[in-house]
Design a binder for this molecule. Structure first.
Ligand code: FMN
Length: 326
C-alpha cells in the first residue's frame, strides 16, 4: 500500500473558487442523513475539510415547504458548508441557490447524479445527464445568481452507452463552475459493481477545474485507488454513515472504540427528538441505527428489533437495551 500518497494528500488543499479546503476531503450530500446534527458529529472527529447538506428540492425551498426549512439549519462550527440543490427548472434552481447563499452557505452544488426514481421522474438528478441542454441552462442561470463557489455533482452518464461526463466537464468549465464532484458510476449501475476509476482519471485529465473523486472509499487502500486517478480531493458517503470517524481513520489510521460511538448515538438521538417532529425523528433514528449497526458488534440483533419499533422512544429503547448489553 502506497502510504506516502496518503501522507502527501493530508497536507494538500483544493481551491474551489475563493475557498481553500484542507484537507481536500468532503462529507457527501446524503438524503435524510447529512443534517446539521450529523455534520457536527463528523466534524468533531476531524479529518474532513468540508461538509455538504442533504439534497434540497429547489421547488420545495422556493415554495416555502416546512419540512425543507428543517434542512436549512447549520452551525458555524460546520463551516465551510456547501448546500446541494436538486430540480430541473432553471429559474427555481437559481432562486433556491441565491436563497441559500443569503442564508450563509459557503458554496452551492447542483445534484446531477441522483438515480432515485422520485427525483429522475421529474427531470432532476441524473435525468439531467440525458438532457445536456437543460443542464447547461441550469448551470448558466445558477452561476449568474451566485457570487459564492458553485459546483456540480455528477455520475458518468445514464448507462455505459451514453457516457457524458466529458461533455458535462466542458460545459462546466466554459460556464464558470468551480469544481466537479464525480461518482464514477452510471445511473443504471445504481450502487452495483465497482466505481470506474478510469472515468474519473479521464475527466481529471481533460478539465482544468478541480475534480473530486467519489465512490467506494472505505479504507486506506480504497483511498489510494481513488488518489491514483490524480483527483484533487475525495468525497465519502456510505462509509461515513457507518463510521462518522472515517475521515480521521483513513488519514491517520485512527480507529474509534465502540463505547465512543454508543455515547455519540445517545446524544444524537436526544437531539433528533428535540429538533424534529415525532414521525421524522423516528424515521431518522431508525435509519441511523440501521447504518450504525453495521459497524457495531452483533449489529444484526439491532436491525431485527427495529422493525417493531413504532415510536422514536421505542427506537431509543432498542438502542439503550443494546448499549447495556455490550
Ligand atoms: C442513503 C443515501 C443518500 C444519498 N443522498 C444523496 C443526495 O442527497 N445527493 C447526492 O448528490 N448524492 C446522494 N447520495 C450519493 C452519495 O453522495 C455518493 O455519491 C454515493 O453514495 C457514492 O459514494 P460512497 O461510495 O462513498 O457511498 C446518497 C447516497 C446514499 C447511500
Amino acid at each position: 500500500m502506497n502510504k506516502n500518497l496518503i501522507e502527501e494528500f493530508k497536507e494538500k488543499k483544493v481551491k474551489i473558487g475563493n475557498l481553500e479546503i484542507s484537507p481536500p476531503t468532503f462529507l457527501a450530500p446524503i438524503a435524510d442523513i447529512s443534517d446539521s446534527i450529523f455534520r457536527q458529529i463528523v466534524k468533531e472527529f476531524g479529518g474532513v475539510g468540508c461538509v455538504f447538506s442533504e439534497m434540497i428540492s429547489s421547488d420545495a425551498l422556493t415554495r416555502g415547504c416546512e419540512k425543507t426549512a428543517l434542512m436549512l439549519n447549520f452551525k458555524h462550527t460546520e463551516k465551510p458548508i456547501f448546500f446541494q440543490i436538486v430540480g430541473k427548472n432553471p429559474l427555481r434552481m437559481a432562486m433556491a441557490a441565491k436563497m441559500l447563499e443569503d442564508l450563509g452557505a459557503d458554496g452551492i452544488d447542483i445534484n446531477m447524479g441522483c438515480p432515485s426514481k422520485n427525483i429522475t421522474k421529474s427531470g432532476g438528478g441524473s435525468a439531467l445527464l440525458t438532457d445536456l441542454k437543460k443542464a447547461e441552462e441550469i448551470i448558466k442561470k445558477v452561476r449568474k445568481a451566485l457570487s459564492i463557489p458553485f459546483t456540480i455533482k455528477i455520475r458518468a452518464g445514464w448507462n455505459e452507452n451514453s457516457l457524458v461526463y466529458n461533455e458535462i466537464g466542458k460545459i462546466a468549465e466554459n460556464e464558470g463552475v468551480d469544481a466537479m464532484f464525480f461518482h464514477g458510476r452510471t445511473k443504471k449501475q445504481m450502487y452495483s459493481g465497482s466505481v470506474h476509476y478510469e472515468w474519473i482519471a479521464d475527466l481529471k485529465s481533460r478539465v482544468k477545474i478541480p475534480v473530486i473523486g467519489n465512490g467506494d472509499i472505505v479504507d486506506g487502500e480504497s483511498l489510494i485507488k481513488m488518489l491514483e486517478t490524480k483527483c484533487d480531493g475525495v468525497m465519502i458517503a456510505r462509509a461515513a454513515i457507518k463510521k462518522p470517524w472515517i475521515f480521521k481513520e483513513i488519514l491517520d489510521g485512527k480507529e474509534v472504540e465502540v463505547k465512543t460511538l454508543l455515547n455519540i448515538i445517545e446524544k444524537q438521538f436526544k437531539q433528533l427528538q428535540e429538533v424534529y417532529p415525532e414521525n421524522l425523528a423516528k424515521h431518522k433514528m431508525k435509519l441511523f441505527l440501521s447504518w450504525y449497526s453495521r459497524s457495531l458488534p452483533h449489529g444484526k440483533k439491532i436491525r431485527l428489533q427495529l422493525n417493531d419499533a413504532k415510536t422514536s422512544s421505542a427506537v431509543f429503547d432498542v438502542f439503550l437495551r443494546y448499549k447495556e448489553e455490550v
